[in-house]
Design a protein around this ligand. Structure first.
Ligand SMILES: Cc1cc2nc3c(=O)[nH]c(=O)nc-3n(C[C@H](O)[C@H](O)[C@H](O)COP(=O)(O)OP(=O)(O)OC[C@H]3O[C@@H](n4cnc5c(N)ncnc54)[C@H](O)[C@@H]3O)c2cc1C
Length: 398
């Protein structure tokens, strides 16, 4: 089966590169052709940008396209659409949703954001209060979302709202696609520790959402949101980079620059330990990808997310230590800017160190990843959930 899948993917890549040579094809046209060839996200069904094969073959697509002059999108540019929205729409969307949204998402003509977190609902997402009330074929939405990455650039949002406050919290949620250009959607920047604003708070006031933009049934929002979150963990922690590249590669080159071949043995020891951990994580991620099947990713995505977040924080911290007194400065200052590059990979080591603090918060905190792994992978007893069966409106909240 594996051999056949590889042959199919190889054949499609060959035809794509022959019909649309990347060096002479406009990027967006190339991505459109890549989608049509089923090479956008190979694990999804044919006709929806995929080939219905194991997701492990996606790496092969990227490996072939880049040397041929093609560009792999900066995933930061549409990480929520491509990393999380696509899987959600493929799994829960209607034919009309899939036809309308998937291709421009992949070609990045339309950027997406995720409207899940609220001031009173982060780790406990199911506690959210943004409400939608039905009026005929539409819903009227009121509330506030927060930490909305890319909200200022997004054309569409993945929105979870409360449609029934009378039932327990998980049962009263419904999931919609939100038109970010609709009246009543107000996006305001939020500053981060880096001085940048990659995310926002979003106020929703009497926003009218058509019922045909609903993903899943009324009251099934939690199930749909789980698909998004499982994909998010894989998107954040599951990318495979070449050996010794990324944050650990930067640490190695700064160590060589600052300490030379005879360098300080203590920092060398720390560097080698971090390098070994980075390599172990890289190999574990490759193994997980090899084993992955199409469909909603399982709780294993939490392993890579947890490991990656904690390791990235330690590597970037070590890198700033290597800079000595220079590590205390902050090139560029704290002037407000909207970031243009990759959230994690670009900028000076100081910026990457500060940005890495968010790694163990975004996409679910490390504590929550441990809870998931404990309960769903190791089978340990669940933590007490006193509000689980109470109607949401009876649960005390501040
Ligand atoms: C850079 C960045 C980008 C983000 N982008 C988005 C986005 O685009 N869209 C979106 O909707 N959200 C986004 N978020 C929000 C993110 O999902 C939440 O911050 C996260 O889920 C934590 O929620 P919270 O901030 O409300 O913290 P809380 O849930 O209040 O947690 C506070 C602390 O308590 C701990 N804690 C909470 N519950 C438990 C428990 N049961 N067991 C053990 N410890 C617990 C947490 O681990 C944490 O340390 C982003 C966050 C960051 C940092």
């Amino acid at each position: 089966m594996g051999v056949d899948e590889r042959a199919v993917v190889e054949e499609r890549i060959g035809s794509l590169l022959a019909s649309h040579p990347p060096e002479t094809t406009d990027e967006q046209r190339f991505w459109g052709a890549q989608f049509d060839a089923g090479l956008a996200w190979v694990q999804h069904p044919e006709g929806l940008g995929g080939l219905g094969v194991s997701p492990r073959w996606q790496a092969l697509v990227d490996e072939r396209i880049v040397p041929a002059g093609g560009s792999i999108r900066n995933p930061r540019d549409n990480v929520i659409g491509i990393g999380m929205g696509a899987g959600t729409i493929v799994t829960h969307g209607t034919d009309a949703h899939q036809e309308r949204f998937l291709r421009p998402m992949f070609t990045m003509e339309e950027i997406w954001c995720q409207l899940f977190s609220e001031p009173g609902a982060g780790s406990d997402l199911a506690a959210l209060s943004t409400a939608a009330v039905r009026e005929g074929d539409t819903w009227i939405v009121n509330g506030q979302k927060v930490w909305t990455t890319l909200g200022h650039l997004a054309r569409w949002g993945l929105l979870v709202v409360r449609t029934d406050p009378q039932v327990p919290k998980h049962a009263g949620l419904t999931y919609f696609i939100l038109d970010m250009e609709a009246d009543g959607v107000d996006v305001r920047p939020l500053y981060q520790i880096t001085g940048e604003a990659e995310f926002n708070e979003v106020y929703l006031t009497d926003v009218v959402v058509a019922d045909d933009l609903r993903l899943g049934d009324v009251g099934q929002g939690w199930t749909v949101a789980m698909t998004t979150l499982m994909n998010e963990r894989v998107a954040i922690g599951g990318s495979v980079t070449p050996r010794g590249s990324g944050a650990i590669g930067e640490a190695v080159s700064i160590w060589q620059e600052r300490h030379g071949p005879e360098g300080d043995p203590l920092s060398c020891d720390r560097l080698v330990q971090l390098w070994a951990e980075a390599e172990a994580l890289r190999l574990t991620t490759i193994r997980a990808k090899e084993a992955a099947t199409s469909g909603t990713p399982g709780p294993e995505g939490s392993t890579a997310k947890l490991q990656w977040a904690e390791l990235n924080k330690r590597i970037t911290s070590f890198t700033v230590d290597l800079l000595g007194a220079e590590g205390l400065t902050y090139p560029g200052g704290y002037r407000f800017v909207r970031p243009t590059g990759s959230a994690d990979r670009d900028g000076a080591p100081h910026r990457r160190y500060l940005r890495a603090r968010a790694n163990s918060i975004e996409g679910g905190t490390s504590e929550i990843m441990k809870n998931i792994l404990g309960e769903r992978v190791l089978g340990l007893p669940g933590e007490p959930r006193v509000d689980k069966d109470k109607p949401w409106r009876e649960v005390p909240r501040s």
